[in-house]
Design a protein around this ligand. Sequence first.
Ligand SMILES: C[S@@+](CC[C@H](N)C(=O)[O-])C[C@H]1O[C@@H](n2cnc3c(N)ncnc32)[C@H](O)[C@@H]1O
Length: 324
Amino acid sequence: MSEISTELRAALERASSGASTVAVTAAVERLSARYRTVAAADSPILSSRADVLAYAVYRMPATYAAVRLALLHGLDAGLGAVESLVDLGGGTGASVWAAADVLPGLAQATVLEQVAEAHRLGRDLAGDTLPRADWRTWRLGEPVPAGDLVTVSYVLSELSPSQQQRVVDDATGAAQRAVLVVEPGTPDGHRRVLTARAALIDADWQVIAPCPHALGCPLAVDDWCHFAARVNRSALHRKVKGGELSHEDEKFSYVLAVRPGEAPSPGGAARVVRHPVKRKGLVELQLCRPDGSAGREVVSKRQGPAYKAARDVAWGDAWPPDPS
Ligand SMILES: C[S@@+](CC[C@H](N)C(=O)[O-])C[C@H]1O[C@@H](n2cnc3c(N)ncnc32)[C@H](O)[C@@H]1O
């Protein structure tokens, strides 16, 4: 676990120490049911202090882990230096925690969010760990300040199609370098990401991850592109969500694009789009390739260094890996 995720976990434990487990569990159940019903929200889904705390306890470690992994993929694919972040619909600030963990040059973050209670908790959680975060009450449609990177994480499903388009347009208008959109790793989450991806490509932005090309998505018809980030579950999380496992895998879909010229030309690597299957002397990879196709590649022991690399490659990595 990274130092930042340990800090986040400790901050969540502190914030929830005085709260009634029964109240938090009831709020978790209500929110889980609401988020399963994918439908635009007429009014904020997080409507009370208990909701915001419940959201932070049961979802923030997972959304943090998803954004963190997407940014790591982006760094491998040429995402340049990021000094400032603007997080749209930022909730309690999961993206800021993720960015602070993996973007060493990050000096300033602005979290724009409609629910003031989410700011309050986000600010408390951030404490001295994320000192340069600015929390602003904001509703979609209001001006968005500029930043190197603009994130839109787990927000689209709460918006109507025209609002989804608006938030992506606002993100591209405000981002000086890069836009990251993250959604749940479900077929409809992937569809929303594809619509955002099309808007980014139409605006001449360069998609650097996960897609190795700007062609049509080869997985769009009978499959969906998603990845998984492992999240350690705290005792508190297990208490409010039930279940015994000490971890869960957060499935997510995403697109990360940069302004033209912000990243080197694509290096021609494919993307591993499923868990590699390892058998004796063989590794089977499911790939999305730069030529716009998707399919299986089997790497055998006879291929020496390629086999060794295939044994180490993970779902979501580039293939072949950059030798550097
Ligand atoms: C599921 S939460 C995600 C929070 C955070 N981005 C994360 O990844 O953990 C969606 C957030 O979007 C915010 N949101 C939804 N519609 C909004 C709107 N019209 N204007 C501003 N924020 C909005 C909600 O208040 C909520 O905090």
